[in-house]
Write a protein that binds this ligand. Structure first.
Ligand code: 5AD
Length: 345
């Protein structure tokens, strides 16, 4: 049997490992995992460098037609107040983020069919004129909708698979289809979007072997971006009493993702920073090269709550951005001045 050091060396040199090896590394204890984290940090530095891309996140609607068991935005959650930003408000928030120097705008919402495709396309077109990259995170849509939005100028799309274990997927996502989600991801790639996916860590019943299979899936898809965060139980959902994801397991997943796919863009996620006050720093030391500061208005930020503890809404976007920049400075990392497309393309 390979030693841990042997497995990490193989990964660092060849960027490939089978599911059994990945499973084994995912079960390392926190101290044992340190060499894994270090290797991921070296590969991050070698391939994407010390630059960190800041993506301005605008959560423009918290309406959702889905009922994912873990998510506070699920349709059945009547405890939250719903909001929709108008197209003019969305564009104004984007303009603000661009004035702050951000080079990517991420438009995220629940699966809300309220906005017409034409409306969404017009928003994308207007923001694209501000000389930025545009990322969409609006869930499963038809191929023609994805195509129209791409035509309108959208550059990237985020759609987490959440879990590749089909039984767990079915349990977590009533009335949804795993096959369709995978299909959406391949359509996005085919349409020329930089495509992001990822998993929730710590879902009830999720095992290390399932997470290893997620990593194999990311590599097979040739994902351009990977977002990995801890599941945080959310009040008003069927999983409100469940245990959440462990920070170290998230970090191991991130480190492995970086080692398997050296040139991806990978955020230290907001959920990681909610779970751990040093989450951004830890994520950036285990392979991450992206942070997604929230550039929405405070009131909307407060209402956009897939999980609790997002205290960020209390601070205005400018202050939050300044804090992130100070952290990067302290870590010897720099703020990227470019659009931050996938390296080596
Ligand atoms: N905890 C952490 N992340 C969550 N998401 C949804 N609900 C939760 C939760 N309770 C994540 C999903 C989704 C992303 C936008 O937010 O992975 O893809």
């Amino acid at each position: 049997m390979q030693t841990i050091t042997g497995l990490v060396k193989l990964l660092e040199a060849g960027h490939t490992l089978d599911q059994a090896g990945l499973t084994r590394l995912l079960t390392l204890t926190a101290p044992e995992a340190i060499p894994l984290y270090r290797a991921a940090d070296r590969v991050r530095k070698r391939t994407v460098g010390d630059e960190v891309h800041l993506r301005g996140l605008i959560e423009f609607s918290n309406y959702c037609r889905r009922s994912c068991l873990y998510c506070g935005l699920r349709a059945a959650n009547t405890r939250i107040r719903r909001y929709r930003m108008t197209p003019a408000e969305i564009v104004a928030a984007a303009r603000f983020a661009v004035r702050q120097g951000l080079k990517t705008i991420v438009l995220q919402s629940g699966e809300d069919l309220y906005y017409s495709v034409q409306e969404l396309c017009a928003i994308v077109q207007t923001i694209k004129k501000m000389d930025v990259a545009v990322t969409l995170s609006i869930g499963e849509r038809s191929k023609s909708t994805y195509a129209a939005l791409r035509e309108a100028g959208a550059d990237r799309f985020l759609l987490r698979i959440e879990t590749t274990d089909e039984q767990l997927y079915a349990r977590m996502h009533p009335e949804m289809s795993y096959q369709n989600r995978v299909r959406c991801l391949y359509i996005l790639k085919e349409l020329g979007y930089e495509t992001g996916t990822g998993s929730l860590i710590g879902l009830p019943g999720q095992t290390a072997a399932m997470l290893a299979a997620d990593l194999v899936f990311f590599k097979e898809l040739d994902a351009d971006m990977i977002g990995i965060g801890p599941f945080i139980p959310s009040p008003g959902t069927p999983l409100e009493q469940a245990g959440g994801g462990e920070v170290d397991l998230v970090l191991k997943m991130m480190a492995l993702a970086r080692l398997l796919m050296p040139e991806i863009n990978m955020p230290a996620t907001t959920a990681l920073s909610v779970k751990d006050p040093d989450g951004y720093q830890k994520g950036l030391s285990c392979g991450a090269n992206v942070i997604m500061p929230n550039m929405g208005w405070c009131e909307y930020k407060r209402l956009y709550a897939p999980y609790p503890g997002k205290e960020g809404w209390k601070t205005d976007a400018e202050t939050q951005l300044a804090r992130i920049k100070a952290l990067l400075h302290q870590m010897g990392r720099t703020v990227s001045q470019d659009y931050g497309f996938r390296a080596g393309r």
